[in-house]
Design a protein. Sequence first.
Length: 92
Amino acid sequence: MNKQINQYRKFEKIEGEIIKLIKLDIRLDNILIIDQFEWDINNPSNKPEDFSLQYCMELGLGSEFMLPISHSIKEQILEHQKVIIYNLLDCN
């Protein structure tokens, strides 16, 4: 665990938007959510928790969907950020 913590690198903000595709593929009970949308991973005002709350309200989904949706968004944002950091380090 300490090795993973030590390997963590904070995402350094780059000027402008960084629009990436976020894909949802979530199943709870008999409900399957498959969706995709664009997300600016460089905007700290974009909150996955706020998005998932609004998303669930608009689709009439129960609150039990909020955590898996926001978690999926956060995971994908971090993956996109890792790729950007890797590419920046690879260029140097």
